[in-house]
Design a protein around this ligand. Structure first.
Ligand code: HEC
Length: 124
């Protein structure tokens, strides 16, 4: 039987397919990261709730002010004034819940608590 791979036409078609598959995989992983964050059920629940900034303020005083200052003007952690101009809602939620930037701990607020906190952070 003839070896099909040896035929140049088929070989080129296969290489093209492999290249396309690799490009597709790369763009899917770049795009996927963002889509996964939005489709995360916790994040979408938080985003669907209306936050109460005065409850968020209370939570902030208890959990965050030790590092970020009573006025969120910075101490061990950076000042959070106008933080919502630098960071999207999704990245603020991620910052609070991921624990990826030690020494800031990983917090696990309920979706309503996170919505309250978010609404406070957005007023800074
Ligand atoms: C143990 C100290 C500590 C506590 C407690 C803490 N943080 Fe932080 N936080 C930090 C540090 C340090 C950073 C800077 C991390 C980095 O980017 O490397 C930070 C960064 C942040 C940022 C990103 C700021 C920016 O300009 O990008 C936000 C938003 C934030 N913290 C919110 C909070 C909230 C809300 C709480 C309470 C739920 C909290 N933090 C509690 C130490 C803390």
């Amino acid at each position: 039987m003839e070896n099909k791979l040896a035929q140049p036409g088929i070989l080129i078609r296969r290489i093209t397919l492999v290249v396309l598959a690799v490009l597709l995989a790369i763009s899917a992983s770049l795009l996927g990261f963002h889509l996964i964050q939005i489709s995360d059920p916790y994040v979408s629940t938080v985003l669907s709730l209306t936050g109460d900034s005065s409850r968020g303020h209370d939570m902030f005083q208890i959990n965050c002010a030790g590092c970020h200052g009573l006025q969120a003007d910075g101490k061990v952690g950076p000042s959070l004034q106008h933080v919502s101009k630098r960071k999207s809602k999704i990245s603020l939620i991620h910052q609070v819940t991921s624990g990826q930037t030690p020494p800031m701990p990983k917090f696990q607020p309920s979706p309503q608590e996170m919505a309250d906190l978010l609404s406070y952070l957005e007023k800074l």
